[in-house]
Design a protein around this ligand. Structure first.
Ligand SMILES: Cc1cc2nc3c(=O)[nH]c(=O)nc-3n(C[C@H](O)[C@H](O)[C@H](O)COP(=O)(O)O)c2cc1C
Length: 356
């Protein structure tokens, strides 16, 4: 398996499995001289950490990050930054069923078909434990792009969408759902509880906005900023859809409705009267907020029995016990933010190389 790295100039590689002793990331290409300590990264890991409410998996991982290299006297040296996170709460016996039969929707069958051998404990490398390493690397990326503010939130759970008239960014950290609409957060308590008690799970839509992205970042054609963001977000476990700006809804608009009309500001700048394009045109940032939406499917490890086959090809049924997120999109929020930060840090350094 060689696809464990992402990025061009600002590049990171993750390593580790769900039930191994530890996991982490190596960040290469980070510019020298940036102030960096573990305390800069820990708040991002704390937001993704499991076991913080009954709406996420009850696996208890402190996710304390250690910086093993690339920092001297509190500043990055320009050399690889190795980030290390211990796994402390593995329960491999919960996975005896998964060793024998495939969880429909999870990676078990596909990994066996590809490699012929699989670490079934917690899903091994296919487990979203790996996203802890992305979030740590994303914390480093944010230091490279202080001009950019990245905010993600849950927009919908199980088809129940927030009311944007109630949008309050300060509410995102005030409930277990990263929800900016308190009324929706209250509804979701009952919704996710009911799914959890049924032994089922729910999907979610995560929205993300990056403000302060300067006009000009990005590239035409094969490295369009939108395709880089799509690739980064689609690489997150359980992501099944990605939209920039109005996304699929733009296909239902007329040209004049979809146009982001422009007006001179009078001082040489431009005001956009709308942002259907999500802040990107021709693969290059326009200076407007970069807006995207990411669809997470419902967790495939559920207690409701699902028809499946065993490794030996026998018909079977599987009920996945153990500790699982009833709605993976919730903890997907800090992961989306991290992936967006990692793309934008790379794009900033690429832009410098492209235009001098
Ligand atoms: C933050 C996060 C937590 C997740 N937790 C679980 C989980 O507890 N149980 C599970 O079956 N899948 C979980 N997933 C999803 C699986 O990792 C994912 O479905 C699996 O690797 C198969 O990959 P795919 O869904 O991208 O095809 C989680 C995903 C994310 C982003």
């Amino acid at each position: 398996m060689s696809f464990n790295s992402f990025g061009r100039v600002f590049r990171f590689t993750t390593w580790g499995e769900s039930h191994g002793p530890a996991l982490g990331a190596v960040v290469d290409g980070c510019p020298p001289g940036l102030n960096l300590s573990e305390a800069d990264l820990q708040p991002f890991l704390d937001r993704r950490r499991p076991g913080q409410s009954r709406f996420t998996t009850q696996r208890q991982e402190p996710d304390q990050v250690r910086i093993l290299s690339g920092v001297f006297e509190g500043r990055t040296t320009g050399t690889p930054i190795a980030l290390h996170i211990d796994n402390v709460d593995q329960r491999s016996k919960d996975y005896s069923e998964v060793a024998k039969a495939y969880r429909p929707g999870h990676a078990d069958y596909a990994y066996d078909q590809k490699y012929g051998f699989r670490d079934y404990r917690g899903g091994g490398r296919s487990s979203a434990r790996e996203t802890a390493a992305r979030v740590a690397a994303g914390g480093v990326a944010r230091l490279v792009i202080p001009e950019v503010t990245i905010t993600a939130w849950v927009e919908a759970i199980g088809g129940d969408t927030i009311d944007y008239a109630n949008f309050d960014a300060t509410e995102i950290g005030n409930n277990p759902f990263f929800c900016p609409d308190p009324a929706a957060a209250a509804r979701w308590e009952a919704l996710v509880d009911a799914a959890r008690k049924d032994g089922s799970s729910l999907g979610a839509v995560v929205a993300c906005e990056a403000t302060g992205v300067p006009a000009g970042w990005g590239a035409p054609l094969y490295a369009k900023l939108d395709s880089e963001l799509a690739s980064a977000c689609m690489s997150i476990n359980a992501v099944k859809g990605f939209e920039i700006g109005d996304g699929f809804a733009a296909a239902g608009l007329r040209g004049e409705e979809n146009a982001d009309a422009m007006r001179p500001t009078g001082d040489g700048g431009v005001d956009f009267l709308a942002n259907h394009a999500g802040g990107i045109a021709g693969g290059i940032a326009t200076g407007q907020p970069v807006r995207m939406r990411v669809a997470f499917k419902p967790t495939s490890s559920i207690l409701i029995p699902v028809e499946t086959v065993t490794r030996d090809g026998e018909a079977s049924e599987i009920r996945t016990k153990g500790r699982h997120d009833p709605c993976v999109g919730i903890r997907g929020v800090p992961v989306v933010e991290a992936m967006v930060a990692l793309v934008l840090a790379d794009q900033k350094l690429l832009h410098r190389a492209q235009v001098g």
